[in-house]
Structures are given as structure tokens and as C-alpha cells.
Design a binder for this molecule. Sequence first.
Ligand code: 0O2
Length: 213
Amino acid sequence: MGQWDVFLNPYKQAVDELKIKLKGMRNQFGILGSNSPIEFVTGRVKPLASIYDKTLEKGIPFEPSEQLATELQDIAGLRIMCQFVDDIKTVTDLIRQREDLRVIEVRDYITHSKPSGYRSYHMIVQYPVETVHGKKVILAEIQIRTLAMNFWASIEHSLNYKYKGLFPEEIKNRLQSAAEAAFKLDEEMSSIRSEIQEAQAYFTEIKEAQNPT
Ligand code: 0O2
């Protein structure tokens, strides 16, 4: 096993565990028969190529080290998607109450979106991983956003990759108006939230009646 594999292993374990735990929160709402504030959860360990790019940006050595573990807070990354903007607050409250992690920092790009138009709520957490050599506390970043925010961010991320951050003016303007459209979509959906949730509860009931367990 290489040095990087050894270094990244606890992050992989943390991502696997947190994915299960956060998905568990979603399932509990389902069992209790209430609408879940969590739509779906994804997670990844930052690829080595992205770690390399970030070390160049930050001017730190590209090597598995304590400095890297402290300065790159999103080597373990989780993403929680919600249907409605208000669900984000519910989810962040649930995360803060948990005893298996500790929130040490938040970045609220929903109240203050980034100049690019990016919106999302980021929580940096300390998470203890049990290893064969004992407990290792690592940092993880949990990004919480609506489906509309996620759609915009995924598209912008791909374009960013293509243009290496140097968007032609036309694309930059279109992305900004798409960000405004996503914001409007979130507002519109919030205004008919109870209608939507009633309909979703109705369909869940029908599905359960058709497939009793
Ligand atoms: P990837 O590929 O998702 O891993 P830093 O991590 O130091 O560069 P900062 O601002 O200290 O940046 O951390 P922050 O705000 O938590 O943002 C880091 C992550 O948020 C990014 O990770 C993206 O996932 C997301 N993000 C932030 N700004 C934007 C944006 O303008 N557009 C999109 N699409 N995503 C954004 P990485 O490492 O950049 O990328």
C-alpha cells in the first residue's frame, strides 16, 4: 500500500460511514411517515488530481501530511440534497445535534452567494474514525443544498473544468442568469410546498399499499 493509500484510507472510511448515517436519517423520516428533508446523499474522497490542484493553489507541499489534513477540509466530502430551501435549516439542525461528529465551521453561501452565483451551505465537521491503530479524528465537509442549487453547481462545475475558470463573457452571463432562475425556482417551489408534500405523501401511500412489506 502506498503512502497516499494509507493517508486517504480513514477519509474513505469516514465517507462510507457518513453516507450510511445520513441516508439513515432519510430512511427514518420515511418510516415515521413524514416527508424527509433529505432527498438524497452522495459522498466522495477528493481525487488525487484535485488534491494536487488544491495544493498548488494554496502553495503547500503535495504530500500526505498533517498540514494537508488541516488545510484541505474537504478531502472527505458529503453532499445532502433537499427539495426545499427550508429543509436545509432542518438538516443543519439535525447535524448539529449529532454526538458522533462536531461542527467546527460553517460557510453560508445561501445567505451570501458566491460571485459566481454558487449557493450551498457548507459545514466542516470533525469525525472520529476507528482504525486498527486507534481513533483518528479527520475533517469532512458536508455541503447541503437544494436540488436546484445542485443542478446549477453541477453544470457550472463541468463548465469550469472545460474553461479552467476563465469563462467567456457570454457563458458567465448565462450562468449568472441560470443562478437567478434556480433561485426563483426554489422560491416558487417553497410557495407551493404543502401542495407538493401532500401529493408526495399520497403517492407514497399508494405505493406502500401496492407493495406491502
Ligand atoms: P470539488 O471538485 O467539488 O472538490 P477551497 O476548498 O479552499 O478552495 P473554500 O472557499 O475555502 O475553497 O471552501 P468552500 O467554500 O467550502 O468550497 C469548496 C467546495 O465548494 C468546492 O470544492 C466545490 O465543491 C464547492 N464550490 C465552491 N464554490 C463553488 C462554485 O463557484 N461553483 C461550484 N460549482 N462549486 C463551488 P472544489 O475543491 O473546488 O471542487
